[in-house]
Design a protein around this ligand. Structure first.
Ligand SMILES: [Zn+2]
Length: 213
């Protein structure tokens, strides 16, 4: 039997309920007795349990994806294990997949006819694409934006990293372990305005010094 699957990318900013949507989809699959599996790239190996958890309080067990996990091989092993193909793979934090892993997922879709839905961020705190997201934009069959709203009413675009004083941070590693509370999703206008305000604040003492001279 010929099966036709699709590779989906559903992207949004932090706090756009991507994980809640994934878990809702999993719940709907269960109700309809559909076969699915949740997976997630592991960034923090100190995490104790294999679960995808949403802030609204629901969770599902998931299989961890390591940087060296070959997802095509994994799908093949699962087939051998279960004796049938997994119909739906639901992947959280897909921005952390490597480009090679996204390619492997596309082959799972094309060779096995499974469906793969990837949920993830578009860009990092410097507004640059993540590796996994870039590859998904390049080759996914279906791309949907999960929208959320900035305090000002515009659509959120930027995952701004903030320090303990609430200032926007623009330097540092792309991924910082365990710092989810250090991000705030804002629109592009607010991101720019806040950085201009910050620059003006820090420049002020210098200007005063010059005026003194
Ligand atoms: Zn805004």
């Amino acid at each position: 039997m010929y099966r036709k699957g699709k590779l989906y990318f559903r992207y949004g900013t932090m706090g756009s309920a991507k994980t809640a949507l994934l878990l809702t989809t999993a719940y709907n699959f269960e109700e309809r007795h559909m076969d699915y599996m949740c997976m997630k790239p592991v960034v923090d190996t100190r995490e104790s349990s294999n679960v995808i958890r949403s802030r609204i309080g629901i969770e599902r067990e998931c299989r961890w994806i390591y940087a060296n996990t070959n997802l095509y091989e994994l799908a093949r092993e699962l087939y051998k294990e279960k004796g049938r193909l997994v119909d739906w793979f639901l992947i959280d934090e897909a921005q952390f997949l490597t480009a090679a892993q996204v390619d492997q997922l596309s082959r799972v879709v094309d060779d096995f006819g499974s469906n793969v839905i990837c949920y993830g961020l578009r860009t990092d705190f410097k507004t640059n694409l993540f590796e996994g997201s870039r590859r998904l934009f390049e080759i996914a069959d279906t791309i949907d934006e999960i929208k959320s709203t900035c305090n000002c009413g515009h659509k959120t675009i930027v995952n701004a990293r903030i320090d303990s004083d609430g200032n926007i941070v623009e330097e540092g590693a792309q991924v910082e372990i365990g710092g989810d509370d250090r991000y705030v999703a804002v629109c592009r206008r607010c991101w720019r305005r806040k950085r201009i305000e910050q620059a003006a604040r820090t420049a002020l003492p210098l200007e005063l010094e010059e005026a003194d001279i």
